[in-house]
Design a protein around this ligand. Structure first.
Ligand SMILES: [Zn+2]
Length: 279
């Protein structure tokens, strides 16, 4: 038994003592936020999909590419990276142009590429030197005014309508980074390489402090081995998962072997796939 309820005062109940300050609105809002936040966290423990939304959408939003710093190792690279909407729209547009050209001409068309820099004054990501390549290759122009810009990386498109074997839709294959792409990024020390591989499939390679800087000889050996493996897949015709799948597997292998983080993306949001995010 505790203390008995105090008797109600005869004047009808307690009134606010004017000598005591009213709670400030900001304090009330903060208290409400705390209550709501706690309730959301509790609910998230019960409902796993909600927990994922909270983890990805609120607590761990994608890192903006403009804000990306060099990860120490591939395992330290962010779980998700995003590029601005307008820039992503341009990636998709360039790849669509590339595909149309390949369908109309020689099944390869000409790769498109862009150099990506960060404006030192504003911190914003800026695309520059948009180029049409010479065929299955587009070398980004890395000449930038380093007093105004930091190099962030490059973008390019892949289309290859010739070597894709069923059951992958040959109209729009999604071929990942080639041996040449990985060697170029390594030797040029490009922080980031973005690839628009099909209408809606994208890849990203992120250089880390642990990334190899390949010698000319090592680079040549990697490109030759890459080609040998792809020839094996497309030549034999026995691998039903085909050329497209092989490029993705080889890109993962190269990322792992040479200390890069590899991402797969869609609509400008990229998720790390090598090393896989475990949580
Ligand atoms: Zn490429």
């Amino acid at each position: 038994m505790g203390d008995p309820w105090p008797a109600l005062p005869k004047d009808g109940g307690p009134k606010h003592d004017p000598r005591l300050p009213l709670p400030r609105l900001v304090d009330v809002v903060a208290a409400l936020k705390h209550v709501v936040g706690t309730a959301v966290r509790d609910a998230a423990r019960l409902v796993q999909p909600a927990a994922d939304v909270i983890a990805n959408g609120v607590a761990n939003p994608p890192v903006a590419l403009a804000a990306l710093t060099t990860p120490r190792t591939p395992a330290d690279a962010p779980r998700e990276i995003s590029v601005p909407y307008a820039l992503n729209a341009r990636f998709e547009e360039l790849r669509s142009d590339h595909l149309a050209q390949a369908q109309a001409t020689d099944q390869f068309g000409k790769e498109r590429c862009i150099t990506l820099v960060r404006d030192k004054a504003t911190g914003e990501l800026v695309p520059m030197h948009e180029l049409v390549g010479t065929g299955k290759h587009c070398e980004p122009n890395l000449n930038i005014d380093t007093s105004r810009f930091d190099l962030v990386g490059s973008f390019h498109s892949h289309v290859n309508l010739k070597q894709v074997v069923p059951p992958i839709d040959p109209a729009d294959p999604a071929l990942s980074f080639s041996g040449g792409d990985v060697v170029f990024q390594s030797q040029q020390k490009l922080p980031v390489s973005i690839l628009q591989a099909s209408a809606d499939k994208q890849f990203m390679l992120v250089r880390t402090e642990a990334s190899a800087v390949l010698s000319v000889e090592q680079g040549a050996a990697i490109k030759a081995e890459y080609q040998r493996q792809l020839d094996h897949v497309s030549g034999g015709g026995r691998n039903l998962q085909g050329f497209e799948y092989a490029t993705r597997r080889l890109a993962k292998d190269m990322a792992r072997d040479h200390g890069f983080a590899l991402y797969e993306g869609k609509n400008g949001t990229f998720t790390r796939v090598e090393p896989e995010v475990k949580d």
